[in-house]
Design a binder for this molecule. Structure first.
Ligand SMILES: *Cc1c(COP(=O)(O)O)cnc(C)c1O
Ligand SMILES: [Zn+2]
Length: 460
């Protein structure tokens, strides 16, 4: 095989066999990439060649929205590949959301990753991580999760019946839609009395101690699967590169994967330019925003200012600052893929913005009214695009793709509170988080059980 694992640090660049189970460089502790000897691999000469695979959809590998691009993530022999039909997602132009963001007609697209089997983009990555777990003979896999990673890992384990799963979730924060999935898919579920960052620290220790296969996004194979979201975006745009990709940032696996996808496509001569990347933090979980936009930390060819990053986290610990946002999927203090995301921002001439929970919920209501529902974290992309448009960073004539990372039904609580028109419910669920208004509320109307009264309230 012409693939291997490689440390991202320029002064190390140590390489490791694909068969090793690693979540960081054993030599220096930095993150690992999956790398390929492209010149020894059969890479298509044009992305259009992938259209041939539409004709062989009966082959599950060609049906999969991840694996039909398998020659762009060629680390696994076909017979080892795990697929549960992930990646049947669509890109849709949204006039309503486009208008809200301030784009010219036809300029705004939503890439709806909520259509994946477990309802979030995580399935793209889990298809690849499950494949690697299978290649290495893993018996038990684990992850820490704000909800979607655990739902995804659990559905892969239950559908593919390859390994057992233990998921670690923080306490109190997990959305019920997501928790219900882990329970329903029969994953052993540990609720750690702590937050997501605590759960991640513990699962890494437990995985190391017990030889359990770790499926968080420190797992470099997951990011290989997530590259394919960008391939599908290009496919839907008739292989034309958009001007902007806008994505919410939590642990920064997605943004990192997107940057790698475009760097490789450019290197392989399959695209002629790279889109700009906007990563959107919640204002209550804005580590990347602070480091990148306020402190000016850059990738710098891999020589980013680690001292400044470490003192940022030291101050965070000292002041006991904890991430807090209604967008629970991105409520993260210490994004594990920070370095790779800095690299992606460098590759894609990127920007980072932060949006408030108010901006997120307003944008979410517009996304819902415009056709696709999404969970709060996903709407950060639309809120961020609106902000960048208002600043003039995004031009009205640009073509912008916002990634809707998760399904609307994942987290109905905030949605119902926003739309309820019930002041008490609103205050309890949202007011305490600084959300004051529901400009786009579509409140249910209470009406007597009486035909005439019902007819009276119907919209004419
Ligand atoms: C995991 C997740 C995110 C954050 O993605 P990262 O790759 O961790 O930055 C955003 N939205 C949803 C719905 C998620 O599940
Ligand atoms: Zn290293």
């Amino acid at each position: 095989m012409h693939s291997f694992q490689r440390c991202i640090a320029p002064l190390c660049r140590a390489t490791f066999d694909i068969s090793e189970v690693l979540t960081g460089c054993p030599d220096c502790g930095n993150l690992l990439d999956i790398d390929y000897e492209w010149d020894k691999l059969p890479v298509p000469r044009s992305l259009r060649e992938y259209e041939l695979r539409w004709a062989s959809r009966r082959n599950p590998l060609d049906f999969s929205g991840v694996w039909r691009f398998r020659d762009l993530l060629p680390f696994a022999p076909d017979k080892e590949i795990v697929t549960i039909g992930e990646g049947q997602t669509i890109l849709q132009s949204s006039p309503k959301v486009g208008k809200y963001v301030g784009m010219n007609p036809g300029g705004l697209f939503l890439q709806y990753e909520g259509l994946n089997p477990s309802g979030s983009f995580k399935d793209n990555g889990m298809a690849a991580a499950s494949t690697h777990a299978r290649m290495t003979g893993a018996k038990v896999a684990a992850c820490a999760s704000t909800g979607n990673t655990s739902a995804s890992l659990a559905i892969y384990a239950s559908t593919a019946q390859l390994f057992r799963v233990v998921v670690f979730v923080g306490s109190g924060k997990i959305a019920y839609g997501k928790l219900s999935q882990a329970l329903d898919y029969d994953a052993q579920t540990l609720q750690i009395l702590g937050d997501f960052d605590d759960a991640l620290e513990r699962v890494r220790e437990v995985a190391g101690e017990r030889g359990i296969y770790l499926c968080n996004s420190v797992n470099p194979f997951r990011l290989e699967g997530q590259k394919t979201i960008m391939y599908r975006v290009l496919e839907s745009l008739n292989w034309q590169v958009p001007d902007w990709i806008v994505v919410p940032g939590g642990n920064l696996g997605n943004s990192s994967a997107f940057g790698k996808a475009f760097a490789e496509l450019k290197q392989l001569g399959l695209i002629d330019r790279i889109p700009r990347l906007a990563v959107i933090n919640a204002a209550g979980a804005n580590t990347l925003y602070q480091l990148y936009e306020q402190q000016g930390i850059r990738w710098d060819g891999g020589m980013s200012d680690d001292g400044a990053i470490e003192s940022f986290f030291a101050a965070m610990d000292r002041d006991k600052r904890k991430a807090s946002t209604l967008a629970s999927a991105i409520e993260i203090n210490r994004p594990v893929n920070l370095k790779k995301c800095l690299r992606a921002l460098d590759t894609c001439d990127g920007v980072v913005r932060q949006v408030t929970d108010q901006e997120i919920l307003d944008a979410k209501a517009q996304v819902g009214a415009g056709g696709f529902g999404c969970e709060p974290a996903s709407a950060a992309s639309v809120a961020g695009a609106k902000k960048l448009r208002a600043e003039g960073v995004i031009a009205p004539s640009d073509r912008v793709v916002c990634i809707l990372t998760g399904h609307q039904l994942k987290d109905p609580d905030a949605t119902v509170a926003y739309h309820s028109g019930n002041a008490e419910l609103f205050a309890e669920k949202l007011g305490s988080r600084g959300v004051e208004t529901a400009a786009y509320a579509n409140s249910p109307i209470v009406v007597e059980n009486n035909l005439q009264k019902i007819i009276d309230v119907l919209k004419s």
